[in-house]
Design a protein around this ligand. Structure first.
Ligand code: ZN
Length: 378
């Protein structure tokens, strides 16, 4: 297959006019089969990777059902999110084990849809004061032994864990997580600047949905945001659904951290791709109106988003972020964090041919996965 006439994402050069070829599942220098796709007037971008979302189309990753995870993976693929690392919630260990086992079985079964490239444990190692939409009954002090049991259940698929670093034993937990091959992200936390710095110096590498569920970034108390900024190896998740973060703050974060340190995430819920209404959420209930999802009985507590990651890229551009920076933050950076960038996340020859075609208004036109056009995409 040869895609012709498109503006093609290049990490170093911006968007360049060139052909994109693939042979079978891999991007290639040339194409032998003679088939052609006219991408004139379109952008060709690498498939996105969402490393922080909970569900969509009525399903939640935390339900731990094979059918549900299959539906999630197929919906995400249809939206150009070709790699997924869904997030669990604060639940009891038995349910977390089921979530991890379900992920491992899904991956082993090559069950279709977007490729499952990891599991994000958003809880239970969080702060009670900043639990947000997480269920307080299941919060747990940082526990390396529990993390090990979960990683075993997931057969190594746990790639990210969110941690409140002010909790007892947090620094030892960070070191244990690293030994398990898991990146620690600070979030759902009351940590001040010094506590967050100590965690980053112990090996934490990320901040979970920056600004949300953490102390504010203020002139004498810069908190997790300031600590993340001061540690250049740290990347920050940013929910870009137009509800969680004011557009001016989205612009400020890209300036402050640089596009190479921002990871766009959707934090999307099961109500994504569904009509307004009430939906279950981690043993609680949420209410969805338009783009906004809140806890029932606590209308000021946001409970994640109802925008998928491709919609977040479009939101970011509408807020003034250059398309190249937004794509970098949704395709390249998350792939780097998850250790898959050698084979995914850009359009370099030799990588897997997972890509999305956007029209000049950034509407999704087509998705290719392993070199095959995805039916029913866009
Ligand atoms: Zn959260």
């Amino acid at each position: 297959m040869r895609l012709i006439g498109g503006q093609v994402f290049d990490l170093e050069k911006g968007f360049v006019r060139r052909d994109v070829c693939f042979d079978g599942a891999l991007l290639a220098q040339d194409s032998a089969d003679g088939s052609c796709y006219d991408a004139s007037g379109c952008y060709v971008i690498p498939g996105l990777t969402d490393l922080h979302f909970h569900g969509c189309v009525g399903e939640d990753f935390s339900d731990a059902t094979p059918e549900g995870l299959g539906k999630i993976a197929r919906y995400q693929l249809s939206r150009g999110v070709t790699q997924i690392c869904p997030a669990g919630m604060t639940l009891g260990e038995a349910q977390l084990i089921r979530i991890c086992q379900n992920a491992a079985a899904h991956r082993a079964g090559h069950s279709g849809g977007a490729e499952l490239v990891g599991v994000h444990l958003e809880g239970p190692f969080l702060s009670k004061a900043k639990k947000g939409a997480q269920n307080e009954a299941f919060l747990h002090d940082p526990d390396p032994a529990m993390l090990h049991r979960l990683q075993q259940a997931a057969q190594g698929m746990v790639k990210l864990v969110t941690l409140a670093p002010e909790q007892p034993g947090a620094l030892d937990f960070i070191r244990s997580a690293q030994a398990e091959g898991i990146t620690v992200s600070l979030g759902h936390t009351t940590a001040d600047y010094d506590t967050a710095c100590a965690a980053y110096e112990a090996g934490a590498r990320q901040a979970t949905h920056l600004f949300n569920a953490m102390p504010a970034f203020t002139h004498r108390a810069p908190g997790v945001v300031g600590a993340a900024f001061d540690h250049p190896q740290v990347k920050v998740e940013l929910i870009c659904d137009g509800v969680h973060i004011h557009p001016a703050m989205v612009r400020a974060v890209f300036q402050l951290f640089g596009a190479e340190r921002v990871i766009l995430v959707s934090d999307s819920l099961r109500a994504t791709g569904m009509p307004d209404g009430r939906y279950p959420f981690g043993g609680q209930e949420i209410e969805v109106h338009g783009n906004r999802a809140t806890m029932v009985g606590a209308p000021d507590t946001l409970a994640g988003s109802v925008s998928d990651l491709m919609a977040c890229v479009k939101h970011a551009v509408s807020f003034g972020i250059p398309l190249h920076d937004a794509v970098r933050a949704a395709a390249v950076n998350p792939a780097q964090v998850l250790g898959i960038f050698h084979r995914l996340g850009s359009l370099d020859v030799g990588k897997t041919a997972n890509l999305a075609i956007l029209d000049d208004h950034l509407n999704l036109k087509d998705v290719f996965f392993h070199g095959q056009r995805v039916e029913g995409s866009a």
